[in-house]
Write a protein that binds this ligand. Structure first.
Ligand code: AHR
Length: 500
């Protein structure tokens, strides 16, 4: 029997709700069709947003939404997306599929979506092909309440009140699609652009996010931090609130063959898990470099793109990045979210890529139909951690895997919420082994347990014909002991225990 130790007396910090964030780019059917269908659509909608999708997302609790990209952000000119829809510019979305972007979803529509989801807005500005003035005016348009050309323009477009924008990204992947810059060059641009990303309203304090590294490019982190902080006066130290990190799990090779989303073998299962677990090393090592300039951890590591990236579904536009979602995705989500929770002292936000119909989505749509993916259910279970306090935990985890790829079988994180309930989430990566776990809770008399599980075979997924192959189920295989709870976690599963 394995042991799990939980000590609710040892508090490790607040799990920012934004760790459960999402990302929606102008890419494929992510926004258009997946979320926004327009007011005149036969698909039931409110101000153009699909009612079914919004309701499902609300039930899962989206705390923050990043928009408009991604690579699209550094080609996006926000003024193309305001004003009467008939006169908005039509353009080609050069990054993603070469389709016409009619700009019918712009700033007002994004803010409407955030209002319907009741979530924070994370707007990503354009450094790659945009000017300082353009970025400055966008922030002014969205958040200023005084007399100015931008507030007059906003009002002329039907919105008197400014919106609240909590997060603002100064460029995206500026080491790549956002301008192919060197870290020193971008670091200097960041200093300049962010100067004009102003807090116009004392009630709207922007959290400014600097473009961070791709995967393990530690040199980028080092050089950007150095450029922004080394030898700079004290008053400049507030110029950055967050530094991003992008890391996708790709079982194969990015450029040649990433691997199919379904129909994979056990080796591919375990290599996917192994690559996902690398997230912890990335957080530790980028975090160590940040510590040099920010020992008090005031600057958040913002993992604003993560998730599985597979080959697109056969017959779909390669630029639309549409992929199915199986129990493998559920485990990858569970692993990453447990890692983010356990590093909540440094990780202040994370955004899975992407919310609907793109990469590792929580929802897939086809015309008026909608299905929830296994990843959706993991976010649904883990919502209990949002804004809760991480507590000390340790779980014994024997190795599991194939001859080629071995990984620790179990990962956990535990938090205590405002009502004083413990929430325990555990992933079992093994495809064959169930594990009996004896949990020992310090100074805790377990009275009442509610347990829910997501489990199945590795390739199980939901389709429009069979939308409920994978879904949550009550879990009853536990007993309350004098010291805690004893339970058996089945293979290939994500388990949530709520303990009062
Ligand atoms: O999420 C898809 C793309 O992946 C984003 O546009 C880009 O930032 C990243 O390379």
């Amino acid at each position: 029997m394995l042991k799990m130790y939980i000590n609710p007396n040892i508090k490790r910090g607040r799990i920012n709700k934004e760790i459960y964030g999402h990302f929606a780019e102008h890419l494929g059917r992510g926004i258009y069709e997946g979320i926004y269908v327009g007011e005149d659509s036969p698909i039931p909608n409110t101000n153009g947003m699909r009612n079914d999708v919004v309701a499902a997302l609300k039930a899962m609790k989206v705390p923050v939404l990043r928009w408009p990209g991604g690579c699209f952000a550094d080609e996006y000119h926000w003024k193309d997306g305001i004003g009467p829809k008939e006169t908005r510019k039509k353009m080609i979305n050069t990054h993603w599929g070469g389709v016409v972007e009619d700009n019918s979803f712009g700033t007002h529509e994004f803010m409407e979506l955030c209002a319907q989801l009741d979530c924070e807005a994370y707007v990503n500005g354009n450094v790659g092909s945009g000017s300082v003035q353009e970025m400055n005016e966008w922030v002014e348009y969205m958040t200023f309440d005084g007399v100015s050309p931008m507030t007059a323009l906003r009002e002329a477009n039907g919105r008197k009140e400014p919106w609240k924008v909590k997060y603002f990204g100064v460029g995206n992947e500026n080491w790549g699609c956002g301008g192919n810059m060197t870290p020193e060059y971008y670091g200097n641009l960041y200093r300049r652009y962010q100067t004009y990303v102003r807090d116009y309203d004392t009630e709207n304090k922007l959290t400014k996010i600097c473009c961070g590294a791709n995967i393990d490019d530690y040199n980028w982190t080092k050089k950007v931090m150095e450029t922004c902080f080394k030898g700079t006066p004290e008053h400049l130290h507030g110029l950055m609130d967050g530094l991003s990190l992008h890391y996708y799990t790709i079982p194969g090779e990015f450029w040649t063959q990433k691997g199919a989303a379904t129909g994979f073998n056990e080796d591919e299962w375990y290599i996917t898990m192994k690559k996902t677990l690398k997230m912890e090393e990335l957080i530790n090592r980028h975090g160590t470099i940040m510590d040099e300039y920010d020992p008090d951890k005031k600057i958040g590591l913002i993992v604003d793109e993560w998730g599985n990236w597979f080959d697109v579904e056969v017959g779909t536009n390669p630029g639309f990045l549409y992929q199915q979602n199986t129990m493998r995705d559920a485990l990858v989500a569970g692993i990453n979210l447990n890692i983010f929770n356990k590093h909540c002292d440094r990780v202040k936000m994370a955004n899975i890529a992407q919310m609907v119909n793109v990469l590792q989505s929580v929802i897939l749509t086809e015309g008026e139909k909608m299905i929830l993916t296994p990843t959706y259910y993991v976010f649904y279970l883990y919502q209990n951690h949002q804004d809760a306090t991480l507590v000390e935990s340790y779980l014994q985890a024997p190795l599991t895997g194939t001859k080629e790829y071995e990984v620790p079988s179990l990962q956990e994180s535990v938090s205590i919420n405002e009502e004083g309930h413990l929430n325990i989430t555990i992933t079992n990566l093994s495809l064959n082994e169930s594990y009996e776990i004896d949990s020992i809770l310090t100074d805790w008399n377990a009275q009442d347990v509610k347990a829910t599980i997501l489990t199945g075979k590795m390739d199980d997924h939901n389709t429009f014909e069979n939308p409920e192959t994978v879904k949550l189920a009550d879990f009853t295989d536990y007993t309350v002991t004098e010291q805690g709870i004893r339970f058996t976690i089945p293979p290939c599963s994500v388990l949530h225990l709520e303990v009062k």
